[in-house]
Design a protein around this ligand. Sequence first.
Ligand code: TPP
Ligand code: SF4
Length: 422
Amino acid sequence: MNTQILKTASLPYCKGCGHDLIAKHTVKGLEKLGYLPLDVIMVTDIGCHGIIDKCLNTHTVHGLHGRSVALGAGITFGLENPGKKVVVFIGDGGSTIGLQHIMEAARLNLNMTVVVHNNMLYGMTGGQTSGLTPQGFRTTTSYEGNPFDGYDICALSNKAGASYVSRILGIGDISDKMAIALGTKGFSLVEIMEICPSYGVKLNPKRKLQEVVAASGKEPGEWINQRRTFSHQQGKKIGNLLEKTVEIKKTFKHYLKGPKSVVLSGSAGEGVQLAATLLSKAAMRSGLSITQKGSYPVTVGVGFSTAEINLSQKNINFHGIGVPDTVIITSADGLAHNKKRIELMQGGTLFIDSSLEVPPTGAKVMQHNFRGIGARNAAIYAVLFFALKTGFISTESLFKTIEEEGKAEKLPITKIKEALVE
Ligand SMILES: Cc1ncc(C[n+]2csc(CCOP(=O)(O)OP(=O)(O)O)c2C)c(N)n1
Ligand code: SF4
């Protein structure tokens, strides 16, 4: 295994950028603590600092602007492994965009380190003022100098409950200072002060880093809280979620020849997603691989409800469906949502409720009164009808799945069976 955390000494920043020093000394700090590359989960934010990912041999995750601390917090929650280290790289811009995420991680004292690259402006987008830009500092959006005082991210994090907070100047060898933060149990945050040479230095030519920091009134220092680190042990033990997954054993045969994509669509509240899940589970019981994806409007009680299912004898590596092999439509909402796709079908089968107007399509059309069994049962009935007519899986596998999933009492099973044989 490669024991080097950094892949290259040549980092992709502008000449003289403080991000280079921060990256190298964070890595040095981690190595001083004995971390190997795959012990480290590096979460980066949007901005110049974030382009470090490609230079690292660690695990890397690139977040949306301001959201990297929330991502790091989620990883820390799920990880709970003292041998692993979650480090978040974020700019002064991202820190203020996602300030509440930082406060929450500090309040819970999650076991992670946040490295704030405070170059006093938005570097990547051209030098705009951020919420940490010091008062009086010139940026491309405040040529006369920022009229507002920046947040004190260290004081806020300390007040929120972080175990360890420090503000340091990005000059010289800062690896020991980084190692203190990185070695802290609980939440640590280091704010490293730098000036972006491409915008900050040009707009503030006579100002030195030490002077700007001193004038801001936010001096370097460290702030400590003696607190317990967040642990699931303090509350309810969540365990491994995968342990709760019930294994589905193959007990039925399938008759599928090649992979098939199926779209089932109807109205919200008419059991479309449940019917799709039952179809998927019955297919798994029949020894098939499946993928299932659901979509419906945010207002879950009205409009369409669509499920996309892939069935295959082999592993499925791509779950997307362009033009499906089979479309099953149980209501006008479902038809409206899939009309274009149906029109694009050059073959395959369209199963459609007989109350609906069939759009122009190259698919074989099978009209059937799915809603006759009751609107709420139309989707499950249509899925059973699909199984019966295609023969890909048996209706028995579906009825068994309905029973084992505890859905039999809620469905008019006898009526459905009678309707299927008509
Ligand atoms: C939500 C969102 N808003 C705006 C942008 C555009 N954007 C990309 S980089 C950037 C500035 C980043 O500045 P900072 O976080 O300070 O990092 P730096 O580039 O200085 O390292 C912005 C505003 C974005 N990507 N996402
Ligand atoms: S624009 Fe500024 S922050 Fe971005 S790499 Fe260049 S010097 Fe660094």
